[in-house]
Design a protein around this ligand. Structure first.
Ligand code: UD1
Length: 427
């Protein structure tokens, strides 16, 4: 089991450029399957979830070349017969293949997608909407069997602005007859990034970033070259790590409007935040303050993907903060690990009450999911003494090389493939 070994108590400092966005790269890679030709992506992060996705593409016959941060996908020929079921089971984003593949192959069987166990994560919204587009769906033996005589544009109103369902329908819409309108669509920046990529391929998209998205189907597709947006969740994680350790940091490539809500919370905790010529600068205070209730919400609200990291920082903020998790019900499992480090966190249903302790103490903790793992890394950086964060594999799903980045920011952290052979780093 691999782990992070962290020697805490040092303020983070310095500048950093964050890598490309996981949540943008995954749907864009899926969308490359729409085109019988070549896609070149730049800024694609080298993280486990991207590797699983590329494994799936290779298993169906795509030629994939991944060098540095340049990814070339040739999807001229595909054959679903050898689809890698193992990789499908490892990541939730494999559901995004449905929209793209149905447009191209008309039938597909997909095992229920996996991913972090942060909640029930059903796919009913995806399936009901695809049915409206002329897909016949049968759920059997833990697999989803889908078939269509041809996708049809439709007016769909989502019961919830699901990010994945919006993206799936945008891809299906690109191959459908006529226009597909998605009402109550997700407005996340990654949805907009997918729209920009589809446009680069030759698809006409209306209204991405608003609650009503239109996709004109059957456009003539072309080879495309595209740069994936930077990862706002990684940027937010590093900002919070600086906030929690009393440090100061400049993130060079993140858009303010992508993390506006988080910056607002950082200011409320007592951090100074300002935009610079090159990005965003944050300077922490000696001790942070608790903030008003936090509710996780779809964009532009507070992101569920930042909730665990914020909880770690609030664990030593003066006062009491209540966090409501409205999106993924199991995200609070990280609280149990933070408690081992001295945090005072009470959980009741989807509500966590965090009472700021004077300090956290390093110890051995275990990541349970991707963002929760990042939260434990932040807690380790904040804590007195040494921390081992086990199961670092969760963090590797979404952070390209968190140890390298944090070391660049003056942290003492290293990755150990076998925790039991590793020694905690000395001061
Ligand atoms: C995406 C992000 C994830 C982020 C989440 C919410 C990717 C690869 N992942 O996940 O990091 O935390 O958005 O911002 O982009 N739901 C249903 N039925 C469905 C689909 C969703 O009930 O068919 C529910 C989910 O269980 C969850 C909520 O809707 O409670 C939001 O899910 P959704 O927006 O679909 O998240 P993902 O696309 O899975």
């Amino acid at each position: 089991m691999s782990s992070y070994l962290i020697s805490g108590g040092r303020p983070l400092g310095g500048q950093i450029t964050v890598h490309g966005s996981k949540n943008a790269a995954l749907p864009i890679i899926a969308a490359s399957l729409l085109h019988r030709g070549v896609t070149v992506l730049r800024g694609c992060p080298d993280i486990l979830d991207v590797r699983y996705m590329l494994e799936i593409l290779r298993s169906i016959g795509c030629e994939v070349l991944y060098q540095e941060d340049m990814l070339r996908i040739d999807a001229s020929e595909i054959d679903l017969a050898n689809l890698s079921r193992e990789c499908i089971g490892k990541m939730r984003s494999s559901i995004l293949l449905l929209g793209a593949m149905l447009g191209r192959c008309r039938s597909m069987a997909l095992d229920y997608p996996g991913g972090c166990t942060i909640g029930a994560r059903p796919v009913d919204i995806h399936l009901a909407a695809l049915e409206q587009m002329g897909v016949h769906i049968e759920e059997q033996d833990e697999a989803i069997h889908c078939e269509t005589r041809g996708l049809l544009g439709a007016r769909i109103v989502l019961p919830y602005p699901s990010v994945g369902a919006t993206e799936n329908l945008m891809m299906a819409g690109a191959m459908a007859e006529g226009i597909t309108w998605i009402g109550n669509a997700a407005k996340e920046p990654e949805v907009v990034d997918l729209a920009r990529f589809l446009e680069a391929m030759g698809v006409t998209v209306y209204g991405a970033g608003t609650e009503r998205i239109g996709i004109l189907g059957k456009c003539r597709l072309q080879d495309a070259e595209y740069t994936v947006m930077s990862d706002r969740i990684v940027a937010g994680t590093y900002l919070l790590a600086a906030a929690g350790t009393g440090g100061e940091i400049e993130i060079l490539n993140v858009a303010e409007q992508h993390i506006h809500c988080l910056l607002h919370v950082c200011e409320a905790m007592g951090c100074q935040v300002r935009m610079t010529d090159r990005g965003i600068f944050l300077k922490s205070a000696r001790r942070l303050f608790a903030v008003e209730d936090i509710h996780t919400q779809p964009f532009p609200g507070f992101p569920t993907d930042m909730q665990s990291q914020l909880m770690a920082v609030l664990a030593t903020a003066r006062g009491e903060t209540t966090i409501y998790e409205h999106i993924f019900e199991n995200r609070f499992r990280t609280a149990e690990e933070l408690r081992k480090m001295g945090a005072d966190i009470q959980i009741k249903n989807n509500r966590a009450v965090v009472r700021g302790a004077a300090k956290l103490k390093g110890c051995q903790v275990s990541a349970r999911d991707l963002r929760g793992g990042a939260a434990l890394v932040i807690a380790g950086l904040m804590a007195e003494g040494d921390t081992i964060v086990e199961n670092s594999i969760f963090v590797e799903r979404g952070y390209q090389d968190i140890c390298k980045d944090l070391t660049q920011l003056d942290a003492r952290i290293r990755h150990c493939r076998d925790a039991h052979k590793g020694r905690i780093i000395g001061k």
